[in-house]
Design a protein around this ligand. Sequence first.
Ligand code: ATP
Ligand code: MG
Length: 515
Amino acid sequence: MVNRLSLLVDLASLLTREVDFDALLTTACERVAEALSAERATIWLVDAEHGDLVSRVALLPELPALRLPLERGIAGWVARTGEPVRIADAATDARFDPSVDKATGYTTRAILAVPIREEGRGPVRGVVQVLNRTPRSGEGSEAFDDDDERYLVALATQIARAFSLTTLRPAEPSSAGLTLRGPFNRIVGRSDELRAVYERVTLAAQTDATVLLRGETGTGKGLFSRAIHVNSGRQAGPFVTVDCTTLPAQLVESELFGHERGAFTGADRRVPGKVEMAQGGTLFLDEIGDLPHDVQGKLLRFLQERTFERVGGRQTLSADVRVVCATHQDLERLVSEGKFREDLYYRIRVVEIEIPPLRARGVTEMEQLANHFADMYAKRYKRPAPELSSEALAVLRAHTWPGNVRELEHWIESAVVLAPDGRIGTAHLPRTRKVVASAGAAAPTAPPTGASAGEGGVAIPLGLTLDEATKRYVAATLDACDGNKAEAARRLEIGRNTIGRMFQRDSDPGAGEDD
Ligand SMILES: Nc1ncnc2c1ncn2[C@@H]1O[C@H](COP(=O)(O)OP(=O)(O)OP(=O)(O)O)[C@@H](O)[C@H]1O
Ligand SMILES: [Mg+2]
């Protein structure tokens, strides 16, 4: 019999990593079924966007995933009422929907289904349902009992709490259901640009092929490198990072491959390298473009043969390691300048994954990320559920994010700290001093990437409606005035209330005037 407590611990630790949700919930289902000696277990999620239940079915191999309207079946009843249901014979209960059994050929008898909600209160996020206990000899009935129910309710509370730490969260804390923000539980984003990344990450994770992650600073290369590891067959092994930038050149080789005692002054004992430490797992070489030239040859050999020597050692060692590299640099240029070995360049880019900059992913995704970070930091700093005012959102939309997701994360983190009542306005955002949208300032030509705030103006991409373009221009002006509406209104020669109304009409009335 599985230790019922260990199941809770397992789930909690899985949820803190960048795992694929399907894999996670499948594991959860398997463990729940085992813990309760049930033949089948299902985790249903309340999909807020579609307004129905979507299943992650573990021990029901006949069907990959199901969608059910909330009006139907036991799970629907539990999701609607928030009450647990325990019945010994499904056929006698009018709420039972036999259509799934019909489709699968499985016969449901005993059912125990409980809502996924925090502390037994609050909106229902989903339903955990187990079917047909398999009694041991001498153990009597196959129906679930009080203990089973108490346990499952406690487990469902844990699941709800754990969800709140992931991207699988409601659109707003008080709203019902969940919004699926992406396939990985720590990575937000559903733009086409990111979908292409997920696809490649998932495919790469299934193999041991060397991966090169490329993208500007702060786009999530570190995050995706870990996602490759935790979704691969090596997830139980170590994930070891070597940051090629922070090491003095002489130390990189020993950091990577280790050294023998006496290899150099100060080497008073043998030290294993990161390659050895990553045995059975994944080695992440961050900022590979900064790898010193003489170590590049040794890395190349390791990638080709998986063999190496420690510094000062003669013994040839080998390690079973999957390598993921990342860089924000133009490797092709480094190759043409002779700074990066061409043969190594081809070796590391077996699978190349380009992570798009934030500005290329669209405004919706930027806002989703902003809300994600707002929720995350509000939880961390014990602030009330945050709300971004429409003016603050307009400032975010007008910004071009040279520092990408990391920059956005920093902005929101500080805003959450500076807005103790949770109402985040423009005054809580950093001052982007680059934008000087003063009247009469010549607008620079727009860079090809779209909306970009340059020196002395704001570039507004073509293709916007006049309304949206106006809004962005006003937002940039407001930004340049450090959120001071009176000053912005003066420069724009419009009334202060016009600015207020402009953003208030947008989406959330009441959140407009908050500075
Ligand atoms: N899609 C995303 N969803 C949620 N958080 C994200 C996402 N992308 C990035 N982040 C967060 O943004 C920060 C920066 O990401 P990360 O460190 O992975 O970027 P990077 O590309 O490695 O940057 P650098 O090149 O500067 O090392 C991290 O805190 C990360 O958790
Ligand atoms: Mg990084």
